[in-house]
Write a protein of this length. Structure first.
Lengths: 112, 114
């Protein structure tokens, strides 16, 4: 069973479009995260939710809007896509009181 | 504020020789430290973690790391490299003031030569 899953795995789209990436975890964790990995492999946190509540928002443009319908899901919606949004986006989750994070397989977003 | 510095962006070793990937951290309190590995076009896999228990931490696939507070280091080692170890390695420090947040190093690309 996949612990943290993301869909889609690949996403190719045109500038200006709106797209969503979905993340689900079946670990029973309370906290979920979105990270962005740029072309130089650098990973940076974007958002974190704890039990559906936003707890970390790292100066991400407001074109990015995370949504957590329940604590097992954290989706990322991106409006008006720009070339610079091309990256690999990773979802992760962590249990209560634990600081080990479990990562999904990543979604490679390419904006043309 | 916490930070982590990976001292080498690229490391090349011959198969069967030791591996050393260097990481220094900065933290105002006792940190949690991790090493993750990312194989090409794959996700992140936890190799090992330090959370204030034993200073020598053993991980998967023969990797280990030693936490040295006096040197603020958490270097990753393996006695004998295998071709399958070729990957990108990330040193990570976790913030523990209320909200856990990972701060990643810039990564070290390990190349293993036959």
């Amino acid at each position: 069973d996949t612990a943290v899953s993301q869909t889609p795995k690949y996403l190719v789209t045109q500038m200006g479009n709106d797209k969503s990436i979905k993340c689900e975890q079946n670990l029973g964790h309370d906290t979920m995260y979105w990270y962005k990995q740029d072309s130089k492999k650098f990973l940076k946190i974007m958002f974190s939710y704890n039990n559906k509540e936003l707890i970390i928002n790292e100066t991400v443009p407001n074109r990015f809007s995370p949504k957590s319908p329940d604590k097992a899901h954290l989706n990322l919606h991106i409006n008006s896509l720009e070339l610079g949004d091309s990256a690999v986006y990773f979802c992760a989750s962590a249990g209560q009181g634990g600081d080990e994070q479990f990562f999904g397989p990543g979604t490679r977003l390419t904006v043309l | 504020a916490q930070s982590v510095t990976q001292l080498d962006s690229h490391v090349s070793v011959s198969e069967g020789t030791p591996v050393l990937l260097r990481c220094n951290y900065s933290s105002s309190y006792s940190p949690s430290l991790f090493w993750y590995v990312q194989h090409p076009n794959k996700g992140l896999q936890l190799l090992l973690k330090y959370t204030s228990a034993a200073t020598l931490v053993k991980g998967i696939n023969g990797f280990e790391a030693e936490f040295k507070k006096s040197e603020t280091s958490f270097h990753l080692t393996k006695p004998s490299a295998h071709m399958s170890d070729a990957a990108e390695y990330f040193c990570v420090v976790s913030t523990t003031s209320g909200t856990y947040k990972y701060i990643f190093g810039t990564g070290t690309r390990l190349k293993v030569l036959a």
